[in-house]
Write a protein that binds this ligand. Structure first.
Ligand code: ADP
Ligand code: ADP
Length: 236
């Protein structure tokens, strides 16, 4: 079942003056099934960030339709979209976006606390996630005290704690050395394999893309090529 569907998606950035229009996306069609781990690649300026910002509801100025779990996010009001993003999507960023004044464990809890969940559920779910992603030993440390890989794994934990239908990641290994990139990509792969999570990431990093079961290449705002590995012979 497709969890994410994109139809005829186009985006223009308007500058000053009438002639000053830049076509950043041009007729993108895309369907992502539940349980896929997808990488979007392409040269700098090809429209990757623009595409991810639209799929994840950050940018609402475009033409075309974006559906998530069968619901069009394109016609939602600002409030509907904000709620939908909070309850049904998870986000992972290049620079982690953890709160400096909270421990890793507390950071991971934030979405459940905001969602008014039972304290018991928050504690058990947080601890389960910490151990799944090998963060038990550093759970009470603050972000500045741990490695970039550990911070990103905490950020991924936070992104999935509420059980989102789809997780969007923007250059999740962009600030990491190869060893930490590998632990982060293994975390995504584990999440995908164990929990059937659907993950869509933008990346420059062929090493990161090698963990994905589908890689989409975009250039000049158009879908150029896609490579799918049906046989799941992904990196372990
Ligand atoms: P990528 O993430 O692949 O590097 P982007 O989606 O950031 O590409 O940008 C695609 C194109 O759109 C680039 O040529 C960029 O200069 C242009 N662009 C991005 N954001 C804006 C903006 N706010 N206003 C005008 N042009 C923009
Ligand atoms: P990861 O791959 O998740 O980044 P590593 O295996 O590279 O983690 O880290 C090995 C150990 O070194 C970890 O226990 C971590 O606490 C410590 N470490 C690595 N980088 C840093 C750092 N910048 N600051 C503090 N501790 C670090």
């Amino acid at each position: 079942m497709p969890i994410l569907e994109v139809e005829s998606l186009s985006k223009e950035y308007k500058g000053k003056g009438k002639m000053n229009v830049f076509q950043a996306l041009n007729g993108i069609n895309l369907s992502v099934d539940s349980g896929e781990l997808v990488a979007i690649m392409g040269p700098s300026g090809s429209g990757k960030t623009t595409l991810l910002n639209i799929l994840s509801g950050i940018d609402t100025e475009y033409s075309g339709v974006v559906r998530i779990a069968g619901t069009s996010i394109s016609e939602m009001s600002k409030n509907e979209l904000a709620l939908f993003r909070r309850q049904r999507m998870g986000f992972v960023f290049q620079d982690y976006n953890l709160l400096d004044s909270l421990t890793l464990r507390e950071n991971i809890m934030v979405p459940m606390v905001l969602d008014d969940q039972e304290v018991e559920d928050i504690n058990s779910r947080t601890d389960e996630t910490l151990s799944l992603f090998d963060l038990g030993e550093v759970k009470d440390k603050y972000p500045y005290m741990v490695s970039g890989g550990q911070q990103q794994r905490a950020a991924i934990s936070r992104a999935i704690i509420n059980g989102p239908e789809v997780i969007f990641a923007d250059e999740p290994t962009g600030n990491l050395d190869s060893k930490s990139s590998s632990t982060v990509m293994k975390t995504f792969a584990k999440l995908n394999a164990l929990k059937g999570a659907t993950i869509v990431m933008v990346t420059h990093d062929p090493f990161a893309a090698s963990y994905c079961n589908r890689v989409l290449f975009i250039k000049d705002g158009k879908m150029l090529l896609e490579i799918t590995r049906e046989n799941k012979e992904r990196r372990a």
